[in-house]
Design a protein around this ligand. Structure first.
Ligand code: PRP
Length: 178
């Protein structure tokens, strides 16, 4: 599996440091609150596990599963709600945890959904931010790393549902998917 990677972008130590940095900021920003942390499956599961351990607050943890890539290398325009959140988000301060914001369509879909359901506030902590990929104007509130417009895998991010278990983030060799 490791041989399929062209270049490592962020290693385990860098990822840990990003989680510590954002965890401290979130702890300060949400002081006195009990946010509902909403992890977006599947991609954000490792980021969620690492980041929430750096947040020194009482939090509720929930999951939601949406799908936009449908197994390919580019985001589709159609977002599907695959598994809904199990608890009521009304009046809650929701912190969405994403692995990557690319076109921004998944994030817009989630924000609209949560606002429609009466969330008090909705913010986003994304592990990766691929700003060049944006199709709509939307920004994350907390960003682990900016990434260039390459197809990256690892640390939760997949190609055809593989590579999520790489402990680092790397660029996938083009011959793997072309
Ligand atoms: C990925 C990622 C984000 C979304 C970002 O999910 O986890 O949710 O795409 O892309 P966008 O900004 O262009 O909408 P994906 O649909 O691949 O599902 P997965 O997390 O299960 O891999």
């Amino acid at each position: 599996m490791n041989n399929d990677i062209e270049e490592i972008l962020f290693d385990q130590q860098q990822i840990h440091e990003a989680a510590v940095r954002l965890g401290q900021r979130i702890t300060e920003d949400y002081a006195g609150q009990k946010p509902l942390v909403l992890s977006v499956l599947k991609g954000a599961y490792l980021w969620t596990a690492d980041l929430i351990r750096e947040i020194d607050l009482y939090v509720d943890l929930e999951f939601i599963k949406i799908s936009s890539y449908h197994g390919g290398v580019t985001s589709s325009n159609e977002i599907q709600l695959v598994t809904d959140v199990q608890s009521d988000v009304k009046d809650r301060d929701v912190l969405i945890l994403e692995d990557i914001v690319d076109t921004g369509q998944s994030l817009q879909f989630l924000k609209d959904l949560l606002k429609d359901r009466g969330a008090h506030s909705v913010q986003v902590a994304t592990f990766l931010d691929k700003k060049e990929g944006r199709k709509i104007e939307i920004d994350a509130d907390y960003v682990g790393f900016d990434v260039r417009n390459e197809f990256v895998v690892g640390y939760g991010l997949d190609y055809a549902d593989l590579y999520r278990n790489l402990p680092y983030v790397g660029i996938l060799k083009k011959d793997i998917y072309s």
